[in-house]
Design a protein around this ligand. Structure first.
Ligand SMILES: [Zn+2]
Length: 444
């Protein structure tokens, strides 16, 4: 008996002696990206252009790359249509005879003209929006005055047509979108009609955002209402304020102290940022060379904080700034060949992982012959369901490690021991609601 006790004491002593020698023992962190990968890439498409689904999607499916498709929900037959919400149109048109456009009536007029049913009228709305967003307020008012003069003198007709600015008519159905979502793609909102949200009044701005969300929720499910992209890459603060209350994530903006956001027109190089994460948006327009596109991926390979967000539009001649099938094939293969180092995931999934990692509190405790790791998070586990990758330093003496998850009694996983300059470690994945994990040496 005495012998047994002293043996036990020696064993405990050895374990704690080792502990002293191995400074990082038990230290646990959530890796920056899942699987301890180098960087992340999201392949996104705007406008729901037919060739994105018939040409680009099959290439991605063949390689197992998920994409994010921001679709214009008013294009599908069964969804809420683009419509003006407000006073009778005649009343508004009548008023433009005696009162010029000003700060008090601009949003109402810029909203109304967008839904009068001709491409020309939508151009007035859209161009006025562009002027407004670039600070040319007087010019924006004048353009709206001109548009309404055309409406009054009949040069612009009011029709019942639904017009989508700069967008070809597409034939993709909700049933097809459901199928694409089941393949692993993210199908998300790009509003009802692709309006210039910055110049819509409150009622119409809310309709574009909320109706689109309601249709996606109805036809595809809640999961696809997480992220959205407001048209024209707007960063208008008023729009962002409304949209952030409706969608948890926006490709436009989502300010966080730890996240640098470089939009498509930014000239800054992502390596200039000191922030923990850099969301680096790049638009592979028609004239952007393959070499430049590949260099973006190379930058991801050389740094550990980059989330490259690619923004595609047209494909094979259809849609704005199209890329060809051959270019997409070559580029996606280039990304796929680096998949061991790069996490390719939807916009929603990358957002979720980063937020889960920033929110989670990890605590680890060294027990007699095991390490207990506890994890707690304030985020809703039903929404934030991306497994986090944990890295824990284990005793050098351990020959093999098993992972026991308290919440799922029977799950036991053997983990591979790896090492770096700080010691021996294991990598394993955990959901934020798993609470406690025990790492133990696997005894023969
Ligand atoms: Zn768009």
């Amino acid at each position: 008996m005495k012998n047994k006790i002293s043996l036990l004491l020696i064993a405990i002593c050895c374990f704690s002696c080792n502990t002293k020698m191995e400074e990082n023992l038990g230290q646990t962190l959530i890796t920056k990206w899942p699987g301890d990968k180098q960087s992340a890439i999201s392949i996104t498409y705007d406008d729901g252009i037919i060739n994105q689904f018939t040409v680009a999607r099959p290439i991605m499916n063949k390689l197992g790359l998920p994409g994010t498709f921001y679709i214009i929900t008013g294009k599908m037959k069964e969804s809420g249509k683009g419509q003006f919400i407000g006073r009778p149109a005649d009343e508004i048109i009548e008023e433009t005879i005696s009162s010029r456009t000003n700060a008090d009536n601009f949003f109402e007029r810029a909203s109304m003209i967008a839904y009068t049913g001709t491409t020309e009228a939508v151009e007035y709305h859209s161009n006025a929006g562009s002027l407004f967003e670039s600070g040319k307020i007087t010019e924006a008012y004048e353009l709206i005055d001109e548009g309404f003069e055309q409406l009054r003198n009949g040069k612009l007709k009011t029709t019942n047509d639904i017009v989508f600015h700069n967008n070809a008519v597409d034939t993709t159905t909700w049933a097809e979108y459901k199928k694409y979502a089941a393949e692993g793609h993210e199908i998300a909102s790009h509003t009802v009609t692709h309006a210039r949200l910055a110049v819509l009044d409150e009622a119409n701005l809310l309709y574009e955002l909320e109706q689109s969300k309601a249709d996606i929720q109805h036809f595809l499910g809640e999961k696809y209402t997480f992220s959205a992209e407001c048209p024209y890459g707007t960063e208008n603060e008023r729009v962002m304020e409304y949209a952030h209350k409706i969608y948890p994530a926006l490709r436009n903006r989502m300010p966080e102290p730890y996240l640098e956001e470089l939009n498509r027109s930014s000239k800054r190089h992502p390596t200039d940022s000191e922030k923990e994460y850099v969301q680096w948006q790049r638009g592979p327009l028609t004239n952007v060379s393959m070499d430049v596109m590949k260099s973006w991926v190379d930058t991801c390979m050389e740094n550990d904080n980059i989330w490259l967000v690619l923004v595609f539009h047209g494909v094979n001649g259809i849609g704005w700034e199209p890329k060809s099938e051959a270019e997409l094939e070559e580029y996606f293969n280039y990304i796929n060949e680096r998949k061991n180092e790069l996490w390719v995931a939807t916009f929603a999934d990358v957002t979720k992982y980063i937020r889960e990692r920033k929110d989670a509190v990890i605590h680890s405790e060294i027990l007699k012959d095991a390490i207990a790791v506890t994890i707690s998070s304030k985020l809703d586990p039903k929404v934030y369901d991306i497994p986090m990758t944990l890295k824990t330093y284990v005793p050098k003496a351990w020959k093999s490690v098993i992972q026991n998850n308290k919440s799922t009694q029977d799950s036991q996983l053997e983990l591979k021991i790896q090492n770096d300059t700080l010691g021996h470690y294991v990598i394993y994945s955990v959901l934020s609601n798993e609470h406690e994990i025990i790492l133990q040496e696997l005894k023969e």
